[in-house]
Ligand binder design. Structure first.
Ligand SMILES: [Zn+2]
Length: 233
């Protein structure tokens, strides 16, 4: 309150004095050098892009079939920018449920801005919807109409509400500490350093948490370090 009164008094006092305008001119001059800095330089990476589109049946020849818990008409294809292990921008594809497209775009916009590296991002159909082969190829993917590992229940992936990120660097590790993928054996410990590795409390985990997605690295017993899902599970 006292500050507001003081400020208005000071304004009123300055008004009749013409030199008071000088600082205004100098403020304008200060603004000018800021403009070129705001213009993207020719070497800046392309801005993050994400395009959400309907997905046709023929884009999901292996990952969707009649009887799946979510119809393909309720799924969306997201074509989006990601930062590669090669330190360059790339474009990848993900299929998720229509209701979570905003969540995914929000998180991947942040990852791209951080230049957080992702090995590759193709639909699991590139591996005939074989989860093992997709993981073996270190492929980041989301929708796959399949059962949960070691269960007869549908996986959250079957609902298009789960994603596996850099599965080689972030393996599914059993309670006894083993992984089914030989090429992931050196990535079973946490915390650990490494390109594309997700650790407890990481900004990646927080970015997902902010849109209501939980990390499989926080499970008790077996840990699924690659796995994020809407509402957990
Ligand atoms: Zn998963």
């Amino acid at each position: 309150m006292a500050f507001v009164v003081l400020a208005s008094v000071s304004c009123g006092a300055a008004e009749p004095v013409p030199p008071a305008r000088v600082p205004v001119t100098s403020t304008t001059a200060y603004e000018k050098p800021a403009s070129p800095a705001a213009t993207p330089s020719p070497t800046a990476p392309p801005a993050f892009k994400a395009k959400v589109s309907n997905v046709s049946r023929d884009r999901l020849p292996y990952s969707w079939r009649p009887g799946c818990p979510v119809h393909y008409r309720d799924l969306r294809l997201i074509t989006l920018s990601y930062w590669g292990f090669d330190g360059k921008p790339h474009t990848g594809e993900l299929v998720v449920r229509e209701t979570v497209t905003d969540d995914i775009v929000t998180v991947f916009r942040k990852l791209y801005g951080w230049r957080w590296p992702i090995k590759q991002m193709k639909l699991v159909d590139a591996y005939k919807a074989d989860d093992f082969d997709s993981i073996e190829a270190d492929n980041t993917s989301a929708f796959n109409c399949r059962r949960a590992t070691g269960s007869s229940n549908w996986s959250n992936h079957a609902y298009g509400e789960a994603i596996d990120i850099n599965p080689r660097e972030n393996p599914y590790v059993t309670a006894s500490g083993s992984t089914a993928h030989e090429n992931a054996e050196k990535f079973t410990e946490r915390p650990m350093k490494g390109k594309g590795v997700i650790n407890p409390g990481d900004k990646v985990v927080k970015a997902f948490s902010q849109v209501g997605w939980e990390w499989g690295g926080y499970w008790s017993g077996a840990k699924d370090y690659q796995h994020f899902s809407k509402g957990g599970g």
